[in-house]
Design a protein around this ligand. Structure first.
Ligand code: GTP
Length: 437
C-alpha cells in the first residue's frame, strides 16, 4: 500500500482535533462567572411586599354602627357564577394599566351627629310589697287543703273522740310541723276548745287560727335589715348575705328582694359571689338590669370572698343603701364549701358589718331543710329564714318547725317564680291564708 492515503488520513484527523479544541475554548469562556463588583452594584434590590409602601395609618370606622355603602364593585359578586367573591375564569388578575384612575377629590364630610342620651329604660312595674301575702293566698293551695279542709273538717264536727284527735295529730305531722310542735299545738287546741266550750265550726276555726298563729309568733324581729345606717357620721349600706344549698332559690330571692328595695326608693348593689356557676352571675345580672341595680361579678371560678368584698366596697363607695350578696349553693355536708362560706362572711366583715344573713330553704324538701338550716347556722350565724316554693308543697307546716328549732324568724316566703312572688312573713296572714277556703 502506498503512503499517500495515510498522509491524508493524518491531515484530516489533525484538522478535526484543532476544530474541536477551538469550539471547546469558546464555550468555556462564555460560561465563566464575572466577579466584577461594578456590575453587581447595578442590581437594585426590590422592596419587600411587592413594592407596596403605606402612606398613612389604617383606616378605622366606628364600631357597632353601619359604615357608608362601599362603591359598587366593577365586577359585582352577584354577577359572577360563583358566590364566594373569588375571581372567576376570565376575570383580570389585576387592574389593567390603561384603566381609568381615580383622582384626588374633595368630599363633603357629614356633620357629626349630636350626641343623644340613651332613652332611659322604663323600670318594670313592681307590685307593692305590703299585703302581698294576702294577694298570694291562693298560692298556698296545697298546704291550704291539708290545713283548711282536713283540720277544720275534724274540729268543726263537735266533740272529738280520741280517734279524731289522732287524726288531727296525723294531719299536722303530714303538713311537716314536726313531732314537738304538733304535740304542743294539739294540747293547746284541746285546752282551748274545752275552756271555751266550742260548739260551732265557726268558733272552732277561730280557736285553730289563734293557736296556730301563736305557735308561729316570736319576739325576734322579722324586718329584713336592708336599710342603710350611719357609722361615725358616714352612710354605710346594709349588707345582706344570701346563703343556702343548691337550687333552693337564692338568686331568685336576691333578685326579688332587690326589686322590693328599689320599689321603696333604695339604691342597691348586687354581688354575684356564686362564682361556681357562670349562669348564676348572668341570672343575677338580668335581675339587676330589670330592677335598675348595679351588679359586681368576678370571673368564673374566682374567689367568692373576693367578689363579696368588692361588692361591699363598691356599694360603700357609691353610697348605696344596700348590698345584697348572692353566694354559691353548697351542700351542708361538704365541710370545705361550708368553710368557704364562713370565709366569705369573715372577709366581708373586714370592711363592713354583715347586717343580715338570710338562709334560703326550699319548703318542698321538708325535714332535710331543717338539717341544712342547723348546719348553716353553725357556720354563718343565720339571722333570718326565707322559705321558698311554698306554692309547690303541701308541707307549709315546715314554717312552724324551722322557726321553733332554730330560734331564727322566718322573714320572707317565696310563693312562685314570678318577680313579685316574695312576701313578708306575717304569722296571722299566713295562718289565715292556710285556713281560707
Ligand atoms: N315555685 C317556686 N319556684 C321558685 C321559688 N323560688 C325560686 N324558684 C325556682 O327555683 C329554681 C332555682 O332557683 P335559683 O334562684 O336559681 O336557685 P339558687 O339557690 O340560686 O341555685 P344555685 O345557684 O344552683 O344554688 C328556679 O327555677 C326558680 O325559678 C318559689 O318561691 N316558688
Amino acid at each position: 500500500m502506498s503512503s499517500t492515503p495515510w498522509f491524508w488520513i493524518v491531515v484530516v484527523a489533525v484538522v478535526v482535533l484543532v476544530a474541536v479544541l477551538v469550539a471547546g475554548l469558546l464555550i468555556a469562556r462564555r460560561r465563566r462567572i464575572s466577579l466584577d463588583e461594578s456590575k453587581a452594584a447595578d442590581v437594585v434590590e426590590k422592596p419587600k411586599g411587592g413594592g407596596y409602601t403605606a402612606t398613612g395609618g389604617i383606616a378605622l370606622a366606628p364600631g357597632g354602627e353601619k359604615t357608608e355603602e362601599a362603591e359598587e364593585a366593577e365586577h359585582p359578586v352577584e354577577d359572577r357564577p360563583e358566590t364566594d367573591g373569588q375571581p372567576a375564569v376570565g376575570d383580570d388578575a389585576s387592574v389593567p394599566r390603561d384603566s381609568a384612575q381615580r383622582t384626588v377629590r374633595d368630599v363633603e364630610l357629614p356633620e357629626p351627629a349630636e350626641e343623644t342620651a340613651p332613652e332611659p329604660v322604663p323600670a318594670e312595674e313592681i307590685a307593692p310589697a305590703s299585703g302581698r301575702l294576702e294577694r298570694l293566698r291562693g298560692r298556698l293551695g296545697k298546704s291550704r287543703s291539708v290545713f283548711g279542709q282536713s283540720l277544720l273538717g275534724l274540729l268543726g264536727a263537735g266533740d272529738l273522740d280520741e280517734d279524731s284527735w289522732q287524726d288531727v295529730e296525723d294531719t299536722l305531722l303530714m303538713a311537716d310541723l314536726g313531732a314537738a310542735t304538733t304535740t304542743e299545738i294539739v294540747e293547746r287546741l284541746r285546752e282551748e276548745l274545752k275552756r271555751r266550750a266550742v260548739r260551732t265550726s265557726e268558733d272552732a276555726r277561730a280557736v285553730l287560727q289563734e293557736v296556730l298563729t301563736s305557735a308561729l309568733s316570736t319576739d325576734a324581729v322579722r324586718a329584713v335589715r336592708a336599710l342603710p345606717h350611719t357609722v361615725d357620721g358616714v352612710k354605710q349600706p346594709a349588707v345582706v348575705l344570701v346563703a343556702g344549698v343548691n337550687g333552693t332559690g337564692k338568686t331568685t330571692t336576691t333578685g326579688k328582694l332587690a326589686r322590693v328595695l328599689v320599689a321603696q326608693g333604695s339604691t342597691v348593689v348586687l354581688g354575684a359571689a356564686d362564682t361556681f356557676r357562670a349562669a348564676a352571675a348572668d341570672q343575677l345580672q338580668t335581675w339587676a338590669e330589670r330592677v335598675g341595680a348595679e351588679v359586681v361579678r368576678g370571673k368564673e371560678g374566682a374567689d367568692p370572698a373576693a367578689v363579696a368584698f368588692d361588692a361591699v366596697k363598691r356599694g360603700t363607695e357609691a353610697g348605696v343603701d344596700a348590698v345584697l350578696v348572692d353566694t354559691a349553693g353548697r351542700l351542708h355536708t361538704k365541710t370545705g364549701l361550708m368553710d368557704e362560706l364562713g370565709k366569705v362572711k369573715r372577709v366581708v366583715e373586714k370592711q363592713a358589718k354583715v347586717d343580715e344573713v338570710l338562709l334560703v330553704l326550699d319548703a318542698t324538701t321538708g325535714q332535710n331543710g331543717l338539717m341544712q338550716a342547723r348546719v348553716f347556722s353553725e357556720v354563718i350565724d343565720v339571722t333570718g329564714i326565707v322559705l321558698t316554693k311554698l306554692d309547690g308543697t303541701a308541707k307549709g307546716g315546715i314554717v312552724f318547725q324551722v322557726q321553733r328549732e332554730l330560734g331564727v324568724p322566718v322573714k320572707l316566703v317565696g310563693l312562685g317564680e314570678g318577680p313579685d312572688d316574695l312576701a313578708p312573713f306575717e304569722p296571722g296572714a299566713f295562718v289565715e291564708a292556710l285556713l281560707s277556703s
